[in-house]
Design a protein around this ligand. Structure first.
Ligand SMILES: NC(=O)C1=CN([C@@H]2O[C@H](COP(=O)(O)OP(=O)(O)OC[C@H]3O[C@@H](n4cnc5c(N)ncnc54)[C@H](O)[C@@H]3O)[C@@H](O)[C@H]2O)C=CC1
Ligand SMILES: O=C1[C@@H](O)[C@H](O)[C@@H](O)[C@H](O)[C@H]1O
Length: 340
């Protein structure tokens, strides 16, 4: 069976996912798209033999759309995800699920009322082979109980439109999701430290930031977010346990010797670094749609958790105080928790 997909938002990542669904993943086809930039939508639709429709609602309701992918701007995600749930169609939503915790809760309510999981959030690091290996090591007790995690998330440069809050909402959000999943633990408090700012930033931006987090089990996490590091895209993660440590590998790259140096190239952006993860993410999601089973990837609850935690990080970045997070203590049974 071919899964027919409608895509809402044909910007940078929307186009990349459309390419993926057309040329990389087998058994999927993009049949309809919408973007508020109608010229862009028409052009993208024509390139893959799809139709450009006049609204997101029409994409969701189209008879030749079995499932929906939302890749529009963050503040518009909630409307389209709620529309897909109302239509009873599976929906893959790029991060963030919604930009406010209230909107995430509305999605959770709607999905719970529907009765089965329809929503998957685009936290692709759970599909990266390095993170998957790390998780296996931790789960199998290979390093004993985890005690500390040291992380860095570095981008070469950030544009003028990138704000200090985005360091949490747009960038650290990936670590927040992948660490909750890696440790199978919940983040309970956060604090943001503001080191000496780099002169290579736009004036309004606090960069770098150090984000400290503590989990319910007492694991301490330190995350350096540095989005103008100049030298490339660099993702580091090391979990230290009672009996050893496990470290994320750097992406494979050939070693070049010449001019008296031995060097390997550093990737320049997230697209190359996580390309395989995005491919696996869509293969697994499309597989769940084709078989009519619930998606196994990040849920609406994970999307809500990420938004609650990033809100707390932004609050701490502004005040300097440690901010506690109580909202996540009652995970509903529908999302794998003990409570209803
Ligand atoms: N998983 C990841 O690593 C990444 C995720 N993203 C996420 O993907 C989303 C899109 O990001 P980009 O493609 O970089 O942005 P973009 O600005 O290149 O594209 C967004 C598109 O959405 C369209 N749009 C805006 N409002 C709309 C609406 N109401 N309905 C339909 N279309 C609408 C815009 O016209 C634009 O074409 C964001 O939520 C972003 O956080 C982006 C980059 C990486
Ligand atoms: O999601 C992403 C961007 O939106 C964000 O701006 C970058 O900092 C991240 O590295 C990238 O993965």
């Amino acid at each position: 069976m071919t899964v027919r997909i409608g895509v809402i938002g044909t910007g940078m990542i929307g186009q990349d996912h459309i390419r993926r669904l057309t040329h990389v993943v087998t058994g999927t086809r993009v049949t309809a798209v919408f973007d508020i930039d109608s010229a862009r939508a028409e052009e993208v639709a024509a390139s893959v033999g799809a139709r450009a429709l006049p609204s997101g609602a029409e994409v969701i309701g189209a008879a030749d759309v079995d499932a929906v992918v939302v890749t529009s701007w963050g503040p518009t995600h909630a409307e389209h995800v709620l529309g897909a749930i109302a239509a009873g169609k599976p929906v893959f939503c790029e991060k963030p699920l919604a930009t406010t915790a209230e909107d995430c809760l509305r999605i959770i309510e709607a999905e719970t009322a529907h009765g089965t999981r329809l929503v998957q959030v685009g936290f692709m690091r759970r599909y990266d082979s390095g993170y998957r290996e790390m998780r296996k090591v931790i789960e199998s007790g290979g390093i004993g109980e985890p005690l500390m995690v040291h992380c860095a998330h570095r981008n070469a440069t950030a544009p003028a439109s990138y704000t200090s809050a985005m360091a949490a909402q747009d960038t650290a959000v990936h670590e927040i999701d992948v660490l909750r999943w890696l440790l199978d633990d919940e983040i309970r408090s956060v604090q943001v430290l503001r080191p000496r700012p780099t002169r290579k930033r736009h004036e309004h931006l606090q960069d770098p930031q150090i984000m400290l987090m503590e989990t319910a089990e007492g694991v301490r996490i330190d995350l350096e977010v540095f989005v103008n590091c100049q030298y490339g895209y660099d993702i580091q993660c090391e979990t230290v346990g009672e009996e050893g440590l496990v470290r994320l590998p750097d992406p494979a790259a050939v070693a070049v010797r010449g001019r008296g140096r031995d060097s390997t190239a550093v990737l320049q952006d997230w697209k190359g670094r996580f390309e395989n993860a995005f491919d696996t993410e869509f293969r697994e999601w499309a597989g769940s749609v084709a078989s009519g089973t619930e998606p196994t990837g990040p849920s609406a609850w994970d999307g809500y958790a990420a938004t609650v935690i990033t809100d707390a990080l932004v609050e701490s970045m502004e005040s300097g105080a440690t901010v506690g997070i109580e909202a996540l203590e009652k995970r509903p049974a529908f999302y794998g928790g003990a409570e209803r």
